[in-house]
Design a protein around this ligand. Structure first.
Ligand SMILES: Cc1cc2nc3c(=O)[nH]c(=O)nc-3n(C[C@H](O)[C@H](O)[C@H](O)COP(=O)(O)OP(=O)(O)OC[C@H]3O[C@@H](n4cnc5c(N)ncnc54)[C@H](O)[C@@H]3O)c2cc1C
Length: 387
């Protein structure tokens, strides 16, 4: 493996940083309420569309659908670069759960053109509706049902914690066509357009940081045509399999974002350790303070290398089930440790809302929970060695 980052990726990440400095930082200063966590929906959409125009937003999707065919190594570098800026609007410069999901690449040509392409150009947004009140980690155990009725299917059940659930133009909904079969042919993925009778947005679920927004989605005798099955009618029962194929992309994305956030916070900590004086000398002269910074540098370096390695292997067609779980587990836990330490380095100021660390501390707590909890990543890694 070549450990040097190719020049074209360096240019790409420089381009993204320039975009953030030139367009997003001024917008952040003029349009965001610093007292609030949330970013208005219209502003998020504006940033996404502009980023798509510039070729950053969903660069890893195929060119014939409007992406640039960027390999995952380039995409993780882009995500890391966006998060490293510390600009809150930069979080929308690359796609999240509202944007294109690799799972839609399992769709028919017609579905890809109709549903995936507008997500890549950020003209539309979606939501990924898998989790239910009684089935999170154990996602195969969903109880939302899909019952066949002629050429149609009827969906019944409730999803929760669905990011962008309220604003999505369509939902990718996972439902059990045969609960006994679970992942082995028992779960079907449907593309359901918002506004379809029986598709209701339920209550809003507010968390530690009000970001994209999580919602319940309720399906009450919601009728969809069999053409809405991801991959077409012959793909009934294959929904879980389609989703599993693209897990690595999601885990890599989270890893890269965690690494970028950790680097931003570490830079703040290093600068503060040099400037802040106590006992007549910079606090960074004290070995206990250095320890917080050095441990963070070492862990961040390890996290970045394992993320790049996994992306590189993915791009070379290797199976990365174990590697992507290692990346997700390590980076998500690492960023929580790093932010915690950098708050410690800042002393009481680290706890104050005047600095970004307080919000980031709350924000990063999500990363050990979504896209498979840390415990589930450990389960996958243990399984990969035959345990
Ligand atoms: C902010 C946010 C956004 C989200 N966005 C979406 C979304 O857009 N779409 C979507 O479908 N879902 C979404 N989710 C749901 C998320 O994926 C689940 O919360 C997650 O998978 C965990 O499921 P759970 O909350 O039901 O926890 P549970 O599965 O109940 O787990 C509880 C605890 O038990 C542990 N545990 C469970 N099983 C095992 C096991 N076999 N071995 C060891 N430990 C285990 C878990 O690790 C955890 O610590 C979101 C969640 C949040 C908080």
């Amino acid at each position: 493996m070549d450990f040097a980052i190719p020049d074209e990726y360096r240019e790409l990440t420089r381009g993204l940083s320039d975009f953030v400095d030139r367009e997003l930082r001024p917008l952040e200063a003029s349009e965001l309420d610093q007292e609030r966590d949330d970013v208005p929906v219209g502003l998020r959409d504006r940033v996404r569309r502009r980023s798509a125009e510039l070729g950053f937003y969903a660069a890893d999707f195929p060119e014939d659908l409007g992406g640039s065919g960027l390999p995952q190594l380039g995409m993780v570098l882009l995500r890391e670069a966006a998060a490293r800026t510390g600009c809150r609007l930069a979080a929308f410069a690359t796609y999240g759960p509202e944007g294109p999901t690799g799972v839609l690449l399992s769709g028919t040509d017609e579905q890809k053109k109709r549903y995936l392409a507008p997500l890549i150009s950020a003209e539309r947004s979606m939501c990924f509706a898998l989790t239910e009140p009684d089935a999170g980690s154990d996602a195969q155990n969903i109880s939302t049902t899909a019952t066949k009725d002629g050429n149609e299917w009827i969906l019944n059940g409730t999803k929760h914690f669905i990011t962008n659930g309220k604003h999505a133009d369509y939902a990718l909904v996972f439902a059990a066509n045969d609960r006994a079969k679970k992942a082995q042919g028992g779960i079907t993925a449907f593309i359901v357009e918002a506004g379809t009778p029986g598709y209701e947005v339920g209550r809003s679920q507010i968390g530690m940081v009000e970001g994209e927004g999580q919602y319940e989605l309720v399906f009450d005798n919601c009728r969809v045509s069999e053409e809405q099955i991801l991959g077409g009618p012959e793909n009934a029962g294959m929904g879980f399999y389609s989703a599993m194929q693209f897990l690595a992309m999601g885990r890599l994305s989270i890893g890269a974002t965690c690494n970028g956030i950790a680097e931003y916070c570490l830079d703040l900590g290093i600068a503060h350790a040099k400037e802040r004086k106590a006992f007549d000398r910079p606090i960074g002269k004290n070995q206990y303070v250095q320890g917080h910074i050095v441990d963070s540098i070492v862990e961040l370096k390890a996290a970045k290398l394992m993320t790049y390695d996994c992306a590189w292997r993915y791009d070379h067609g290797e199976p990365v089930i174990q590697e992507s779980s290692i990346v997700k587990l390590y980076s998500a836990e690492m960023v929580n440790r790093v932010v915690d330490r950098m708050i410690q380095v800042h002393g009481g100021m680290g706890w104050m809302r005047e600095l970004p660390l307080e919000r980031i501390y709350r924000l990063v707590r999500i990363f050990t929970l979504v896209e498979g909890t840390s415990e589930i990543q450990k389960y996958i890694i243990a399984k990969s060695v035959g345990l």
